[in-house]
Design a protein around this ligand. Structure first.
Ligand code: 5AD
Ligand code: SF4
Length: 458
């Protein structure tokens, strides 16, 4: 979500004459977009701000702005404690940035804007996307969250859930597709409840509308809350052609006691039932998840229940987190905190277990031919394991199941033979823990599109 927000920040500043600076030292304005999900992210933001002190001293006209969730949470405190900061703007203030930047430039004032509204923030359309050459992009379809999981700061810093109108989402995706984007990931804290409060269309209906956009190859979405994962959405994996075979379904814990204390509103059994339904509809679907270890009160048995669930589901990959106290979230006041060394021990055990399944899932693809959307290249030569060396460009892309595939194509020895954005078949030859290595089958390279040149039909 912050990646998307950063792009919107860059976009709203374009009409003021700003463009992306090649280095931080050359910048006239620095935007620090912060994350408050765990303590570490927050500490990183403050230490980064600390490192900007010397830069501001050398260049007093430099404007430093802090946005995102830490800004929303701390507000004026940042202005008071960090003298080099000119603007603190909250999660709902991005579209007011031009006005604030103008005021700061003219009056050299310092501003805090952490106002929350009940309206969805929309950005002007028709401005060329700032980050070009991208094949895949995020598109926020809703903001905020109404779920109040007891460990989570999001509802407190991003406000209540609000959905964007389908026509605005579709227009934005059309603009991205015109700029060369082939894949979009629709973002929301709980996409399942998209449009419900506002009486807009349902999320599966929105997926159908996005599916009709010409020129778009792939659709992904994140995140779906297990409690609300509907039969209609499960069926979308079979019925919506461009929807990729991957779902991120955060389970957080395999213990019912912990799930209850997390306020997740589903049981382990219900979660497993949803997995069964998904695999029935779409047997090859990749399933990934988030797990928190060391939630307050998590016993050895609770943790074993999580490990058992991981064994039962066999996730394609996992994001694992050590529980972190967030001052606005109720769990910060829960007793029976798990000591850090115990948390790290459990985290390690979980990671090792998951590594086995990640490799197992990757190995199962060796020998198969997978359609890959080519997303980029590195001029680094040679294979992933460095044993064999080939001349040519090392291309990278993803399978529909979101696995990274690297390959070298002898027919595209220079970047003039551009495969970016193409969908090509790659025969998988090797599996590693975080990527696959393959050989393209029947590649027809496309001429590299000159920047600014319109695409045309021949
Ligand atoms: N501590 C640890 N992990 C957290 N997450 C959210 N809040 C916390 C917290 N306080 C994790 C959850 C969520 C992911 C984005 O971050 O697993 O799904
Ligand atoms: Fe946080 Fe829960 Fe909302 Fe996800 S669903 S953003 S974990 S409160």
């Amino acid at each position: 979500m912050n990646v998307y927000d950063s792009e919107q920040i860059a976009k709203v500043l374009t009409p003021l004459g700003y463009e992306i600076s090649p280095t931080i030292e050359a910048a006239d304005l620095i935007m620090v977009n912060t994350c408050a999900i765990r303590e570490k992210a927050e500490q990183k933001a403050f230490s980064f701000l600390g490192r900007l002190t010397a830069l501001k001293r050398r260049k007093p006209g430099l404007i430093i702005c802090v946005g995102g969730c830490v800004a929303q949470q701390e507000g004026r405190m940042i202005i008071e404690r960090v003298p080099q900061v000119d603007l603190v703007f909250g999660t709902q203030a991005i579209n007011r940035l031009p006005e604030h930047i103008r005021n700061i430039s003219l009056k050299r004032c310092r501003i805090t804007d952490v106002e929350m509204t009940r309206e969805i923030m929309e950005f002007p359309s028709g401005i060329k996307p700032v980050v070009d050459d991208n094949i895949t992009r995020f598109v926020t379809i809703m903001r905020g969250c109404d779920n109040y999981c007891t460990y989570c700061v999001v509802p407190h810093v991003r406000g209540p859930e609000i959905s964007r109108r389908p026509e605005n989402i579709i227009n934005e995706i059309r603009e991205l597709v015109e700029a060369g984007v082939k894949e979009v990931t629709l973002l929301g804290q709980n996409v399942n409840s998209y449009g419900m409060k506002e009486g807009l269309c349902s999320f599966p209906e929105l997926l159908k509308l996005v599916n009709e956009i010409e020129g778009l190859s792939r659709i992904r979405f994140t995140t779906s809350h297990p409690k609300d994962l509907s039969e209609e959405l499960i069926s979308a994996f079979a019925g919506i052609e461009k929807l990729c075979s991957h779902i991120h379904l955060p389970v957080q814990s395999g213990s019912d006691t912990i799930l209850k204390r997390m306020n997740r509103k589903y049981t382990r059994e219900l979660y497993l039932e949803k997995i069964e339904r998904l695999r029935k509809i779409s047997p090859d679907i990749a399933i990934t998840s988030d797990i928190i270890v060391g939630f307050p009160g998590e016993t050895e048995d609770d943790f074993r229940a999580t490990l058992d669930l991981v064994k039962e589901v066999e996730f394609d990959s996992l994001f694992t987190f050590g529980y972190s106290d967030r001052k606005n979230a109720p769990a910060a006041r829960f007793s029976e905190k798990v000591p850090d060394d115990k948390k790290n021990e459990r985290l390690q055990e979980l990671l090792e277990l998951q590594e086995y399944y990640t490799v197992k899932k990757n190995r199962a693809l060796v020998g198969s031919t997978e359609p890959i959307l080519v997303e980029g290249f590195s001029k680094k030569q040679g294979t992933e394991d460095g044993q064999e060396r080939f001349a040519g460009i090392r291309w990278t892309g993803r399978t529909s199941t979101n696995k990274i595939v690297n390959f070298i194509d002898a027919k595209t020895p220079t970047d003039d033979d551009n495969l970016m954005g193409n969908r090509i078949d790659v025969m998988i030859e090797k599996a590693f823990s975080h990527s696959l290595w393959g050989r393209p089958v029947n590649v027809k390279p496309m001429p590299l599109r000159v920047k600014g040149e319109e695409s045309y039909a021949a």
